[in-house]
Design a binder for this molecule. Sequence first.
Ligand code: ASP
Length: 339
Amino acid sequence: MKKILIIYTGGTIGMIYNEVNKTFIPFDFKQIFNQVPEVKRMGLKLTVQSFRPPIDSSNMQPQHWAQIAKAIELHYNEFDGFVVLHGSDTMAYTASALSFMLENLSKPVILTGSQLPVGEIRTDAKENLITSLEIASCEFNGKPAVPEVCIYFDFNLYRGNRTSKYNSEKFEAFQSVNYPVLAEAGVHLKFNHQFINKSTSKQLSVSTVMANEVGILKIFPGITKNWMESVMLAPGVRAIILETFGAGNTPNEPWVKDIIKRTAEAGRIIVNITQCGGGRVDQGRYETSRHLEQAGVISGFDLTTEAALTKLMFLLGKNYNNNRIKEQFQKNLRGEMTN
Ligand code: ASP
């Protein structure tokens, strides 16, 4: 009998409607089990650990990621797989963060949730939960079928650090534009083994320090010098992600170049990712990105915002010097980028 640890953090999946405030609020896990009696027939030994209290994922912080990572580390040898029930709003951030925090992972960590609470008639919670448990317990050639951090939602299994929430209403809430789905759930569970990380025999190594001295600046037509300067040179920031146009472009007016140059000279790491949903940064392809390359801005290639942010937090948390952080950032650490 496969043993699965369910870590219930909160999210819509376990929410109930509060008639007084007219809002959804997180509720305890027992009612999820009561609503999905099918899981008892799956032939799995399930153990549940709950956040107290469960939270809306908009309240997720790096210390919550650490709490999940520590629970996995502590119980790693006792279980065959892990299912993390989580709100969809920041699920892609948590999945990306966990992928960096859990080095040499050789067991499945499947994040899932739902768009409608488990008690609603048209809920997507039951399918998401049941199939996530099945995936977490699946083997291929005698080893866990998916030894990586994934998101399962609406019949698709995605690599966690390649995923973004793109729709707040559809059951299909997530997309992984720059990487193929790892599995599709139809009549059969169809794994795309060629895209799934291989198991490692190395020992799991868990990092829980995530430094949040980071910022994201989205470039837009009409951005002012004041705004850009105040964000780039804000106190207490060690690294900035620029969400740029297209293949990594920004306005190249002299004042923009000047701010970028001063930010880099102040010892801050600047990362360039595209604000497009898919595709990659190609610095220097256009005149409007050459100045970034010249100022030492590093390319985020095809990283999602969620992966770029959590990768920086992870590397800053390691106490490396800037050169080492830049070098590591441009490497593919967990299948998060194609460079
Ligand atoms: N606000 C909810 C959350 O992220 C939305 C959801 O679960 O889908 O916790």
